[in-house]
Design a protein around this ligand. Structure first.
Ligand code: NAP
Length: 311
């Protein structure tokens, strides 16, 4: 059987993936669609933003392995075959990278860097009170691979950390909340809110004015989840009236963000081009190769995406 690499990344990037996958799986026939003789030969597809319509034309497909952690775009494809198990990328390197990004931007807000940057532009020498990290409470929406690593990193830096998930967790040093009914309690008393949820029908638009008004006035916001989580107009309105003090946004409903989008120029927004935790090709290939070797040996698939809940 063959393994099909199906992406919409640049030809150069696709070639790099192909070469690395071929060297990690020397006993397999890893191929591109253009080189495939018979679609019935494919039992595994490795995908990164695959073009629509192709996956459903592979009659013997047994597993779809994503090269990304988030699978919202894939699940949004109406042509995705219904009964083929979908496996997302779970990579400790990615979680560590996200924890680093979260720590970087929480520390930047904690140490007032946006405010000092503005003062520098005005050549203004003014010191503000320095709080201890233990005086701050950080809330993390989503306690999955990304959320737990980030929560633990923030805890190690001395912050009070809370997390919110669908099912209740027990994580040492982290105050855990679960479910819609405990969201309000989770939000009360936060200094900084970090979003690390997957984009699902339930979490779409969660970063809205309704949520912002449950936060203490002047809370900082960091969105490293997906653009579909934030209602852009509500973020801007909350920044303008001081309900939010500053927002670090890495993800947008349209990416790349168009040059004429006013978010680029908002004085209270730190804007990043979706760089919080990019897939690391080397470790991703190792993990995907391990998943496939294990499947060939045992017939067992890695943990699958639960399509009914969207992650
Ligand atoms: P994950 O392991 O699947 O964890 C998702 C977490 O969100 C879980 O704790 C889950 O609760 C919680 N959750 C889901 N729906 C919920 C709901 N309706 N209410 C409350 N909690 C809910 O996902 P992950 O690997 O941590 O990744 C999270 C997201 O990060 C990805 O989907 C992707 O969008 C984003 N991401 C962004 C970047 C970037 O560079 N910006 C990079 C990688 C990933 P349970 O634990 O109870 O299931």
């Amino acid at each position: 059987m063959s393994i099909l690499l199906l992406t919409s990344v640049s030809t150069e990037e696709e070639t790099m993936w192909l070469n690395q996958l071929r060297s990690a799986l020397p006993e397999e026939d890893v191929t591109l669609l253009a080189e495939l003789n018979d679609r019935a030969d494919v039992d595994i597809a490795i995908v990164a933003n695959p073009p629509q319509e192709v996956l459903r034309t592979l009659p013997k497909l047994k597993m779809i392995q994503s090269l990304w952690a988030g699978v919202d775009a894939l699940l949004g494809d109406p042509t995705l075959p219904e009964n083929v198990p979908l496996v997302r990328l779970i990579d400790p390197t990615l979680s560590a990278s996200m924890a680093e990004a979260t720590a970087t931007h929480v520390l930047a807000l904690h140490r007032d860097l946006p405010r000092y940057a503005k003062q520098q532009q005005r050549q203004e020498w003014q010191q503000h009170e320095l709080l201890r990290s233990s005086d701050r409470t950080i809330g993390i929406l989503g306690l999955g691979e990304m959320g737990v690593a980030s929560a633990q990193q923030l805890r190690a830096l001395g912050f009070n950390v809370r997390g919110w998930s669908r099912s209740l967790k027990s994580i040492e040093g982290i105050k855990c909340f679960a479910g819609q009914e405990r969201l309000k309690e989770f939000l009360q008393g936060l200094d900084i809110l970090v979003n690390l949820l997957p984009l699902t029908p339930e979490t779409m638009g969660i970063l809205s004015k309704d949520l912002f008004f449950q936060l203490p006035k002047g809370t900082g916001l960091i969105n490293f989840g997906r653009g579909g989580h934030q209602i852009e107009g509500d973020v801007v309105a909350a920044l303008d009236d001081g309900q939010l003090s500053h927002a670090v946004l890495d993800v947008f409903s349209q990416e790349p963000l168009p040059a004429d989008n006013p978010l680029w120029r908002h004085p209270k927004i730190t804007l990043l081009p979706h760089v919080a935790a990019p897939t690391n090709q080397k470790t991703a290939v190792e993990i995907v190769a391990r998943n496939i070797k294990n499947y060939r040996r045992t017939g067992l698939l890695p943990k699958q995406v639960e399509r009914s809940v969207g992650y």
